[in-house]
Structures are given as C-alpha cells and as structure tokens.
Design a protein around this ligand. Structure first.
Ligand code: HEM
Length: 93
C-alpha cells in the first residue's frame, strides 16, 4: 500500500515528519518497471509551485494544525488544507 510504505518505522526514524533531506530510498512514485513515468514532471511542478507560493505569499498560515486526511488505503493525501494569507500579497498574473 503506497499510503503506508514510506512510514515504516524500521526504515525511517521519524516517519510522520516531512524531511526534505531524507536519503533512504522511498516509494512515492513506485519502483521497478512500473516506476512513475511522470515523476520528473511532478517533482519539477511541485518545486515551481511551492517556491512560488512561499515567495509570493510570505504570510501564509495554516488555519488549523490537525490535517484532514482522506481515508484511503491506496493513496495518501489531504482532503483539504485551509490556509490564510495577506490579500495584499495576492496578485494574478
Ligand atoms: C505527485 C504526482 C504523482 C505521484 C505521487 C505519482 C505516483 C505514481 C505511482 C506510485 C506509480 C506506480 C503505480 C504502480 O506501481 O502500480 C505511478 C505510475 C505512473 N505514473 Fe505517476 N505519479 C504522479 C504524477 C504523474 C504524472 C504527472 C504523470 C504523467 C504526466 C504520471 C504518469 C504515470 C504513468 C504513465 C505511470 C505508469 C507507469 C507504468 O506502469 O509503467 N504520473 N505514478
């Protein structure tokens, strides 16, 4: 199950923490011959999107600190992530 394979406590010391410097082999894009064909694109899009959001909305805040996870045994993800930001920072391009 992709939803739990990266949270194996025997492999990852802090499995519930986001650690961008993890060096362990992990499986968000699967592995072997069915490794995700879009992994490079997805990683690049994530980098561009997250960098832009952080730079453009410096006062971004979580509305609450209890994540609302989807109940799925296949893919792990949030149902929603309510955020607040300073409306003066928001510009459309
Ligand atoms: C964050 C985004 C993404 C995640 C987490 C993700 C995750 C995965 C995973 C876990 C698999 C393996 C499934 C399996 O072994 O049964 C997979 C396969 C695949 N992904 Fe992605 N993916 C993402 C984005 C994309 C994008 C953007 C594309 C295309 C532009 C894409 C195309 C594919 C294809 C074609 C496969 C099948 C590869 C095969 O079976 O040989 N994925 N993906």
């Amino acid at each position: 199950m992709f939803g739990c394979c990266n949270r194996d406590e025997d492999k990852f010391p802090n499995p519930q923490e986001i650690e961008f410097n993890r060096t362990n082999r992990n499986l968000p894009f699967g592995g072997g011959i069915h490794f995700c064909l879009g992994a490079f694109l997805a990683r690049f899009q994530g980098q561009v999107a997250i960098n832009n959001i952080i730079q453009r909305l410096p006062n971004l805040q979580l509305v609450n600190h209890t994540p609302d996870w989807r109940e799925s045994i296949t893919l792990r993800g949030l149902k929603s992530l309510p955020l607040t930001f300073d409306k003066n920072d928001f510009k459309t391009y």
